[in-house]
Design a protein around this ligand. Sequence first.
Ligand code: NAP
Length: 190
Amino acid sequence: MSPSEGNAKRRSITLHMVSSLDGFIAKKDNSVSWLESTGSVYEAGVSISEEEARAFVKAIDCYVLGSRTYEHALELGWPYGDTPAVVVTAREWPPARKSVEFYSGDLKTLVDVKLAPRYRNIWLVGGAMLCQRFLEVGLVDEIKLTIAPVLLGEGLRLFAGSLTEKRWNLNNVVAYKNGFVELSYSAPPA
Ligand SMILES: NC(=O)c1ccc[n+]([C@@H]2O[C@H](COP(=O)([O-])OP(=O)(O)OC[C@H]3O[C@@H](n4cnc5c(N)ncnc54)[C@H](OP(=O)(O)O)[C@@H]3O)[C@@H](O)[C@H]2O)c1
């Protein structure tokens, strides 16, 4: 096994998105109030403490995002702290935060050459277009899909393009007190 194959095996890419009940990940006007919790609505659900949430986020080694998600994240207030983040774009960008780098080119090269030797727990956090590309080329190991308890009616579709049929393995389901449900799937063997 070559070193790059060894690294490629150790890394794990988790695609994480939040979708509405009707399969949208963003509203047309990009407003995000639909993602906010409206309090405890499901008594049997779980909740996580701030400490648990911090520990969870700390275990993420690197974020990968498309340029439109990057622009929106900057507008909202950068949510990824000092954790390394790679923005996929073919455009030139002004220098950004120290933790952010820009990448243009083949996605398999991005993963095998740039990410896998440095990071293990890699999170692909949107948007729809970049996630679609990662899925098309078989670079996603796990899908974590959080379903928000809301119908949006219109907006940007999750996985809108043409993906080929593939059955994923359900690994875990977590229902939260606030009515959000997180579904975790692992990729079928290649
Ligand atoms: N609900 C959620 O969980 C969630 C999560 C993330 C984002 N969002 C929302 O989704 C929206 C953005 O999603 P989106 O689908 O419009 O855009 P996106 O995937 O964030 O970004 C698309 C851009 O990424 C770059 N890109 C994608 N694939 C590439 C490739 N193979 N090579 C080079 N560059 C590539 C291109 O940038 P250039 O044009 O710069 O070359 C492309 O225009 C925002 O509204 C955001 O708030 C929602």
